[in-house]
Design a protein. Structure first.
Lengths: 261, 261, 261
């Protein structure tokens, strides 16, 4: 991990415009604040273009998307593309229903994301590979490297596939991250908040591959640190400690067994 | 309490499709994850039937319901009935406004819930018994047993009335539960999350009366355990500890003074 | 601070009807419950008038407002005015987009708030003073006293401007509050929940100036107490401890260095 990326992201206090699901709005806002960014959650069609113009990055997340919210997502994404600021697309549960597949297709027709981030099943669905899904979670396995590469080439974007080992595909290159903790899977929105932290890191001046790795590595190390706190006895007490850890300096988190770069 | 119900519910990792209020979506998701279920919160009309078809149980909760959300609730409930999976109906604040009464009537016209869960005032309202309400909370008393029985017979469903003593009516039988803790009343959505845990327990192969009792008894014991943690000094620190406790094995919680069965 | 105001607010257990943003609904509800009030969050147009009629105070907060939600805000506010119960208006991010400015103008055309509460940039925007904004946060400075006085006179209402020093303008009088803690700025919705606590205090029988000062002073002291708890290591662990502190008796919080009145 390049700690300068985390530091520069914090120096930017990037304003990240989220059009995200209602389950995670509060957690995403508190997590991004702890990391050092500035969240805004406007989703009224009339104002999203104005808000995106004032922002440093845009996050589009379809976790509880309504049909009526799709035009605002597309409008914000288009403004971000025009302005040249990063767009993180999180196709939550895209394989679960035809509606979600159609929404993602409509977004990808008009918006070019900087990165698409999802679990194996979600990214597989974007390249028509069939992975067993359960609600918004993927439970099947697959050749994750191949899926990442195919999706990245098809949609001309960086790809992040989260899992026990996270896979990053960008610039025809595969990068891996092993940091993290199983408790992350027991709190809702841990993937969604990762999207916010990625967005913040993408506002820095480093190559995308390094930015994505720094975001994933830092996020996982923060989870590891949180899980080690003496007052953590389960996912409930893990959550506030994880928010705390997101504000740590990288060197406070470094040196763990899974910090492989 | 039959601990095998809790264990079997966890073995199922049931996918519970929630159409619930925006105040509690995050808490319900984190609580159900801790308990061992898998939450999904889709509410777009276009996809709710697909999502309900893929689910193991459906929760309908009108806490902040909009008129535009009612058709999706009915559609998800109908699919659940056709598929034969459990439906938990939580008529939050139904006595507070004519709109909520009409919404519940419309739902009950088309959907047959497995259980209706509410406080005394809410269930009383379903049998046209007048109980003093304050917002979405009932503050009056009444003959709770009678109300449960009348509601169960009128709507041909099991009834849970939560309170200091919880009353379960099913199969012409009244069952009581005394577990719980006053701090539960100080966190928003404690009744809503109970609906999610009930839904998970209803996916097991036991009689409904035992499933409901197990869910209520376990939930209350988890609250008792959380309240005993040394770092709990109020409702704020109770909440994460309660989420932790929801992932405990029943035997870790058993033996408290209120575990009467 | 007059501790009797806090006590009387709690004796009232005021039902506070919120039409607020989806980021903070859960936090506002849990915080108000801890303080001693009773939250309700209905926002369906069909029922908001009924709910406001049954309530003791109304909070209008435009943090994530949709065009479709504006009529319900106005309807609830009008009922509150007719009934003579307090209305707290929180113009979150009003300077950030023309849409928000228009929404606030429409609300203020039909509803007379008891108090408008915001940060410097938000209140400055209500008197056409230009303050540098970043998303929904104001980052510029200005003559805060002047802004408060101008806004109060223009809109014929009390004004609260939150900041390191909070400024209250009412009855041609300026009052200051210095309690608080920097961690409040790191949790989303700390300003929104303050609006709920103000609403609760406005249901008491004291002068508005004293009610507002008591709410602000108590809120800040609760934050100071929370930050002193040994298990607080960041904004994540601060949050549950802050909720705890909101249920403290004023004398448990008093005597801190910033309790200047």
């Amino acid at each position: 991990m390049n700690p300068d990326i985390i530091q520069q992201a914090r120096n930017n206090t990037p304003l990240v415009h989220h059009l995200t699901n209602q389950v995670v709005v509060n957690f995403s806002a508190n997590g991004l604040l702890a990391f050092g960014g500035s969240p805004v959650m406007a989703k009224e069609m009339t104002e999203v273009a104005d808000m995106a113009k004032a922002s440093d990055a845009v996050v589009l997340n379809i976790g509880t998307v309504l049909e009526s919210e799709v035009p605002a997502m597309i409008a914000a994404g288009k403004v971000a593309n025009q302005k040249g600021i990063p767009v993180v697309l999180d196709p939550v549960g895209v394989a679960a229903t035809p509606f979600r597949q159609e929404v993602i297709e409509r977004i990808l027709k008009d918006v070019r994301p900087t990165v698409i981030k999802g679990n194996t099943g979600e990214i597989a669905s974007l390249v028509d590979t069939d992975i067993q899904m359960r609600g918004v979670d993927s439970v099947g396995a697959g050749n994750v490297d191949d899926i990442a590469e195919q999706a990245g080439k098809k949609w001309n974007t960086a790809i992040v596939i989260t899992g026990k080992t996270d896979v990053i595909y960008t610039d025809q290159q595969l990068i891996y991250n092993q940091t993290g903790h199983p408790l992350l899977a027991n709190i809702t929105g841990s993937g969604c908040l990762l999207g916010s932290v990625i967005a913040a890191c993408l506002t820095t001046s480093y190559p995308v591959s390094e930015q994505l790795h720094a975001a994933l590595c830092f996020y996982g190390l923060a989870a590891e640190r949180a899980a080690e706190q003496p007052d953590v006895k389960g996912s409930g007490t893990f959550l506030p400690n994880f928010i705390d850890a997101l504000s740590c300096a990288p060197k406070q988190l470094n040196g763990g067994p899974n910090d492989d770069i």
